[in-house]
Design a protein around this ligand. Structure first.
Ligand SMILES: [Zn+2]
Length: 569
């Protein structure tokens, strides 16, 4: 009797564990998604049921006080040198397919419904919900351009940050905690699972790999291209309609404008991972496919990616670490890209559409007839060319101690090494002076961004009392260049961290300037230059410009105005 009771308890317990490892998504016929408690229960449940395969750990706490969980998936026999694959879902919490897809994949693999085991020989880190506070802002219509689940989380965090713009600037504590985990595990291949917005068409997923040989050459670019090529083949074999680019039209609502490849700057996950010398992948299931289809798309993409990592991950890890050791000193580095005008015409699975005048907006509105598939012949711009290039320093960057408070924590989070400079300081350094500055008209991610024109030039050095040095010879040199070069698209300058240095701080009263100018005009060279400038109408008609001409030449002029405080050697 006792034995029977024990057996039935074990049996009930097994059933309950098996049930616990089934997501609400699966139980609801792929119509719903579970809440944060379910993710925590599944994380712990998998670890309890498969202790030799899964560990469930916390990696931080959200601003609203929720515990962030990740799963460390590896079998006991895996070597410590095995390649690591990173999978993250729900950075935009309304786009939550990846969470349910990976739980489903894990369950099927551990129940041996999939052979060979795609996790074997790999170390896999799975973060089921990156934006956890956003995930719990749960409701219908949080994603108005998306089919299902019935209710879902919200795009941004409790602090209203879009985490997929935060990889370079790191404003959020969630990103700081994620970065710590990423630094600790050093994945070679990282997948960021999303859902698109946009038009109606037949393809089910766009997958953007960074880098590929479309953007440059090198072992990592070759690895990215190999990954992309094999992934497309595997997804085709699995019956998926996949694209190796983001399927947004070049001109909104104009299907005939076609598509282009692009390179994300490091504010985005895949762009960031690339500047850390690793392969980053953005997976975007198509929002107008139902939740069941989208989960299958993510399931197949993750499964295929693991299979590819099993094949090449060890070699790619070795190559990436070799790239970490290659010196960037003095090299030209392309930091922003755009597609060229070269295109090929592709067949694209679209739908019949019409464009008509809207009675609501008065503008054009596109209508898709999704019951009438048709093939669009559209341009595809595949070739990429650099639009901004910078030169890495020969030795490194000097940061005044007074600026370390602003950026120290960020350098630490990115794993960028620096030291207090104790050697004799050089007499000549490179200084960046802006010739044109442009602040953004509005706020972007809580920042007033700054774009500059200008260049580095050698100047007699003017060092503060204490200075720190970021050597260029270090594994994270490429991200250091992206953050510290003022012209790079996600530099600290762009994000407005140094706006103070591009503001006028002292001024000369006009009546003082009047007298100063009269005195200065006694110098024939200045007089000639002034007369030459007066030929320009916009100068001649602007009293401020005319006064500024003299003020800038006067000894009271602030020589630090428009001077970037970080120097390079
Ligand atoms: Zn997204």
């Amino acid at each position: 009797m006792k034995k029977r009771i024990l057996a039935s308890i074990v049996c009930v317990s097994m059933i309950s564990w098996a049930q616990n490892l089934t997501t609400l998504a699966e139980k609801s016929g792929w119509l719903k998604t579970g809440r944060a408690e379910e993710t925590e229960a599944l994380c712990k449940g998998f670890a309890k049921k498969y202790p030799k395969r899964v560990r469930c750990k916390s990696y931080g706490e959200t601003p609203e006080g929720r515990t962030l969980w990740y799963m460390n998936i590896r079998d006991a026999s895996v070597k410590s040198s095995a390649p690591t694959v990173w999978i993250q879902a729900g950075i935009h919490a309304g786009e939550i397919d990846g969470k349910d897809a990976v739980f489903s994949l894990m369950k099927n693999v551990f129940e041996k419904k999939i052979t060979p085991d795609p996790f074997t020989g790999l170390k896999v880190i799975f973060v089921p919900i990156v934006n956890l506070d956003g995930h719990e802002r749960f409701g219908k219509w949080n994603r108005p351009n998306q089919i299902g689940p019935d209710e879902m989380g919200w795009r941004v965090t409790a602090q209203n940050y879009n985490m997929n713009r935060d990889f370079a600037k790191v404003d959020t504590s969630e990103m700081r905690d994620l970065n710590k985990l990423w630094n600790e595990h050093d994945p070679i291949l990282s997948l960021d699972l999303h859902v698109t917005d946009g038009a109606h068409f037949q393809p089910e997923v766009g997958i953007i790999t960074t880098p590929t040989e479309n953007q440059g050459t090198g072992a990592l670019h070759a690895a990215g291209t190999k990954y992309e090529t094999e992934l497309m083949q595997k997804l085709h074999y699995r019956g998926r309609q996949a694209l190796p680019f983001y399927p947004s039209f070049l001109d909104d609502d104009k299907p005939t404008s076609g598509f282009a490849r692009s390179v994300s700057p490091p504010r985005f996950a895949n762009g960031y991972w690339y500047v850390r010398n690793r392969i980053g992948v953005l997976v975007e299931s198509h929002s107008w496919k139902d939740y069941a289809t989208r989960i299958k798309v993510h399931y197949d993409t993750v499964l295929s990616s693991l299979e590819i990592a099993q094949k090449y991950g060890a070699d790619w890890t070795k190559q990436a670490r070799e790239i970490d050791r290659q010196p960037l000193a003095g090299k030209k580095i392309d930091v922003a890209f755009k597609h060229t005008k070269k295109f090929k015409t592709i067949d694209f699975g679209g739908y019949k559409f019409s464009i008509a005048k809207s009675k609501i907006s008065g503008g054009d509105v596109i209508r898709y007839f999704t019951d009438q598939p048709e093939t669009w012949k559209v341009p595809f711009y595949e070739e990429l060319a650099p639009t901004v290039s910078v030169t890495a320093p020969e030795k490194g960057y000097f940061i005044p101690a007074s600026e370390m408070e602003t950026i120290k924590a960020k350098l630490d989070m990115h794993g960028i090494k620096y030291e207090k400079w104790t050697q004799p300081l050089p007499d000549i350094v490179n200084v960046f002076r802006a010739t044109k500055t442009q602040l953004s008209a509005g706020s972007f991610e809580g920042h007033q961004t700054m774009t500059l024109e200008g260049e580095w030039a050698q100047e007699k050095s003017e060092f503060p009392k204490t200075v720190f040095f970021v050597p260029i010879r270090q594994p994270n040199a490429l991200i250091a260049v992206h953050l510290l070069e003022p012209l790079a698209p996600d530099s600290f300058v762009f994000w407005g961290l140094f706006n103070r240095f591009f503001e006028i701080k002292e001024y000369m009263e006009d009546y003082v300037a009047e007298d100063v100018a009269k005195k200065m005009l006694e110098d024939k060279t200045i007089e000639a230059e002034f007369n030459e400038k007066l030929k320009d109408d916009s100068f001649a008609k602007d009293p401020n410009k005319r006064f500024r001409f003299f003020y800038q030449k006067h000894s009271s002029w602030d020589t630090h105005y428009n001077r970037y405080p970080i120097m390079k050697l």
